[in-house]
Write a protein that binds this ligand. Structure first.
Ligand SMILES: [Ca+2]
Length: 191
């Protein structure tokens, strides 16, 4: 409840500040991460797989498969064959104190869902890295007939001056194969 109050206050305050604004766009902090290796860091140095539960599960970076990437050539593969199993891929992002109001989105392609329903369950999670508590989450149901990547955007959150861990989690409720590909994290933070 305290977090919701804080977010509402920030949104309200920002609206007042921006209302008389000039034509200049408000400054912002952004991160775009397409799971590619860059000159400054390899994708494997930024992204971390995790998961738990019964059955077989996989979470790893998939390089050099352009037809399956949303952009570039690299993405993440999350799959499982277990019930009540979760798998994830995530990375840390330092949110500047001067740009505390953020949203985060990731692109998800549902490759293989439960045989009866063709569905998988997944959600984007923003976690306070210092306390490992949730800041916000947003869930979605993917269908293997959706046709390609779809963006899943988190609710707005306030985390100025903190490091957050942002991850995409897939949950399997059936014993058949669940499989999604993940690409293109985009974080936008404003004052
Ligand atoms: Ca990519």
């Amino acid at each position: 409840m305290m977090l919701r109050t804080a977010v509402a206050a920030l949104v309200f305050g920002a609206g007042i500040a921006v209302a008389p604004a000039s034509a200049h766009a408000a400054p912002a902090f952004t991160i775009s991460d397409s799971f590619e290796d860059t000159a400054s860091s390899a994708a494997a140095d930024r992204w971390f797989p995790d998961g738990a539960g019964p059955g077989v599960r996989h979470s790893y970076l998939q390089p050099y498969d352009p037809p399956s990437a949303n952009t570039g050539t690299q993405f993440a593969h999350l799959s499982s064959t277990g019930t009540e199993t979760w798998v994830s891929i995530g990375r840390s992002v330092r949110i500047p104190a001067t740009y505390p109001r953020c949203t985060a989105r990731m692109a998800v392609d549902t490759i293989w869902g439960d045989k009866a329903h063709a569905e998988v369950w997944y959600q984007i999670e923003v976690i306070d890295a210092a306390t490992w508590t949730y800041i916000t989450t947003k869930a979605a149901i993917g269908n293997e007939h959706d046709g390609g990547y779809h963006n899943l955007t988190s609710p707005g959150f306030a985390a100025g001056g903190r490091t957050v861990f942002i991850r995409l989690v897939m949950t399997s409720l059936y014993s058949s194969v669940s499989w999604v590909n993940v690409d293109d994290l985009y974080v936008l933070c404003t004052a």
